[in-house]
Design a binder for this molecule. Sequence first.
Ligand code: ADP
Length: 185
Amino acid sequence: MKIEINGNSLELMIGDITKQSTEAIVNAANGTLMGGGGVDGAIHQAAGSDLVEECKKIREEDLDGNYLRTGKAVITKGYNLPAKFVIHTVGPVWDGNKQSAKERLVHAYNNSLKLAMENRITSVSFPSISTGVYRYPVQLASVVAINAIIDFLQNNTFGKVVLTLFSEKDYQAYEDALKKKLSNL
Ligand code: ADP
């Protein structure tokens, strides 16, 4: 499904984000930036070990050795990926607190999009942040993600946003959320 918003486009598709050739892909990272399971592991695997080296440098030089905090985003090169850049953001771990999880998930999407714009990037692919290992129910996370992305596109001249979902079930959840949002615009 593909729609236009304020001269920008938003597309939902099923696929593997490591194969996406948008200028940037977003990684649902953890605060260590050292890779992990799920989409994070797949991105590090496909990018090659130069990616973890750049992440280490960011941890040491930009974050004073600290973890990247939930909702924040940093950018690296894409190395062996088709995408030129990777934007690493940390989504919230689901703890049943709907309101605080929502706020932190909105920050993750917004800060990723802002960072892309600051770097003059005009196309970006997102995975379904927080709905894997971090256990955020996809029916709820999809509504939050769609609202955050659409609000951003309504207020900015950006380009193209793709949500690359990894299963039919996830795609359905995002498509339902998008259709519902469109009917209320
Ligand atoms: P989180 O820790 O933020 O929950 P996960 O990587 O565990 O991150 O899961 C986020 C989503 O990414 C899940 O829906 C998972 O199925 C999906 N995913 C895993 N691998 C890929 C991939 N290669 N491309 C796109 N999505 C992926």
